[in-house]
Design a protein around this ligand. Structure first.
Ligand code: NI
Length: 130
């Protein structure tokens, strides 16, 4: 991890892959990750951790399967949302979108349980910046 300031603009310009998060910082035992996303991710659940999303650009929708039923939260640029642990969720971006995610180091992008993972979704705990 660098001891120099990190430009999110530069970090986001350093890769093109969708749904393939880069680790830009560590805070205690949490990662700060950024990702470029578009289209559908996969329904999945993190049994033991909440997952924090901040939309840097574009628009992120997150489908949620809650005890009361299924709903979708819509996050325009500048909005944030925390998916509670144990809640099945599926991010979706209708347009090219950039997000920041804050979650424990080692958290898998597709959670502890998930539907079949499409080819365009990277199964990762986050990649180092190039
Ligand atoms: Ni998740």
């Amino acid at each position: 991890m660098t001891t120099e300031p990190v430009s999110l603009t530069s970090a986001l310009a350093s890769f093109t892959e969708r749904w393939s998060p880069r680790v830009v910082a560590a805070v205690n035992d949490y990662d700060v990750r950024v990702a470029k996303v578009e289209g559908e991710h996969v329904w999945h659940v993190h049994e033991h951790t909440d997952e924090f999303f901040l939309v840097l650009d574009g628009e992120l929708h997150i489908g949620l399967r809650e005890p009361a039923g299924e709903r979708t939260v819509v996050l325009p640029k500048g909005s944030l949302y925390t998916v509670p642990r144990g809640t099945e969720h599926r991010p979706f971006a209708p347009v090219p979108t950039e997000i920041l995610v804050f979650e424990p180091t080692g958290t898998l992008s597709v959670g502890d349980r998930h539907d079949d993972v499409p080819d365009h979704v990277d199964v990762t705990t986050g990649h180092a910046l190039a």
